[in-house]
Design a protein around this ligand. Structure first.
Ligand code: 4GY
Length: 382
């Protein structure tokens, strides 16, 4: 991924990104960070780029023309119109979903203002996204740009090693991380929670989820209103089950997965809450099945694999126990299946917020984009 930072202080950007994980990512070619000095596009022989504000008032304002030319220089270099982000406190505050969606771009221009800001007219003409890193005022946009580059880079393939992986992060679920421990086992008379030494990965995953919830309630209760529990229900050939689990895991770290080929589940009532999300993966979605990694996660907890699919069981019969209560639902399957399912689910008080073609299981990139799209739609729904 290529970042182009338009700034009056390029060395501030280069010094910071050359260090630590972003430094390693630049060296291994996963990201590039190019700086463009806005001063190089000054229209005056003094090389100044600021002037007094019309209407009076304190401070100086950055002129439109040098900023415009700096943006155009990047467009000319890459041969297309990239997204242009302006770092400003007058914007929605950056969150993990926005970070991940920006990581899908090939090129990203980040515009840093100084003084009292930039002439409004050039912002109107060039900026596609306004982003704030928090409700406080900095002396310039550079620290914001650095925060954005750092957070986005973590989702660019090749930036993090396997151990550093960003695939299963709590913040995706609007939850805080659980507490971490390392050696020694006892420190200042305090022991590591025994469950972490048990070797029981399912129990550990459950414990961590509980700790994440507890911590979020205590420290960031505001996050919980945007937090939801993913419940994936699949039926069909074995590929559908695998794909259901893959999709669940890309949407949520703590998703639950159920195989509705199983007779017992069909009979058990499942009453979903408004803060649940139903992911329904139907038979058409198994065609391009992909082997599921053998890791143990809560999504695959307690599922006995390879229950035979019985196509003679009707949709209404299979899901006779399934009820929503203004619960959002995402359907994956062929057009016909989706049609039938959405009529049924509407009667059961679900709201279908997305219909997805089984083609999403054709590759990692497609799946990731679908997961992002789902997460954005659920946030909108809530
Ligand atoms: N907060 N989030 C921020 C900021 C400085 C005057 C416009 C922020 O992202 N950027 O405070 N930026 C101002 C300084 C010009 C940018």
């Amino acid at each position: 991924m290529n970042f182009y930072v338009l700034t009056l202080f390029p060395e501030m950007i280069q010094n910071a990104v050359g260090t630590s994980i972003t430094g390693r990512a630049i060296k291994n070619g996963s990201i590039r960070v190019d700086t463009v000095n806005i001063r190089d596009f000054s229209t005056r022989k003094t090389m100044r780029v600021d002037d007094y504000p019309y209407g009076g008032g304190a401070g100086m304002v950055m002129e439109p023309e040098p900023v415009f030319r700096a943006v155009k220089s990047v467009e000319a270099r890459i041969g297309q119109k990239p997204r242009v982000v302006y770092m400003t406190p007058q914007a929605r505050v950056l969150d993990q979903t926005k970070v991940e969606s920006l990581a899908q771009e090939k090129d990203l221009v980040i515009l840093c203002g100084h003084y009292e800001g930039i002439d409004e007219r050039v912002l109107q003409e060039t900026v596609t996204d306004y982003i704030s890193i928090g409700d406080y005022v900095l002396t310039g946009g550079e620290l914001g740009a650095l925060v954005l580059i750092d957070a986005v880079s973590r989702f660019v393939p090749g930036v993090l090693s396997n151990e550093e992986s960003s695939q299963f992060e709590s913040l995706q679920d609007n939850l805080l991380e659980y507490p971490q421990y390392t050696r020694p086992e006892v420190w200042h008379e305090q022991s590591v929670p025994p469950i972490l030494l048990s070797g029981d990965h399912l129990k550990i995953e459950e414990w961590r989820h509980e700790e994440s919830l507890k911590r979020t309630k205590e420290r960031r209760p505001d996050l919980l209103k945007n937090s939801y529990r993913v419940i994936c229900v699949s039926y069909g050939e074995p590929g559908a089950a695998e794909n259901g689990r893959l999709l669940t895991e890309s949407v949520s770290r703590y998703g639950e997965y159920m195989d509705y080929n199983r007779r017992k589940l069909q009979k058990t009532p499942l009453r979903m809450k408004p803060w649940n999300l139903l992911l329904l993966v139907m038979p058409g979605a198994g065609g391009v099945g992909k082997a599921f990694p053998a890791e143990i996660t809560s999504a695959s907890a307690g599922v006995k694999p390879a229950v035979r699919y019985d196509p003679s069981v009707s949709f209404a019969e299979r899901f006779r126990g399934l009820y929503g209560s203004e619960t959002p639902a995402v359907l994956v399957g062929s057009d016909d299946e989706i049609e039938e399912a959405s009529a049924f689910l509407k009667n059961r008080k679900f709201h279908v917020i997305a219909r997805i073609s089984p083609a999403v299981f054709g590759g990692d990139q497609l799946l990731r984009n679908a997961a992002l799209d789902i997460r954005e739609k659920v946030l909108h729904f809530h």
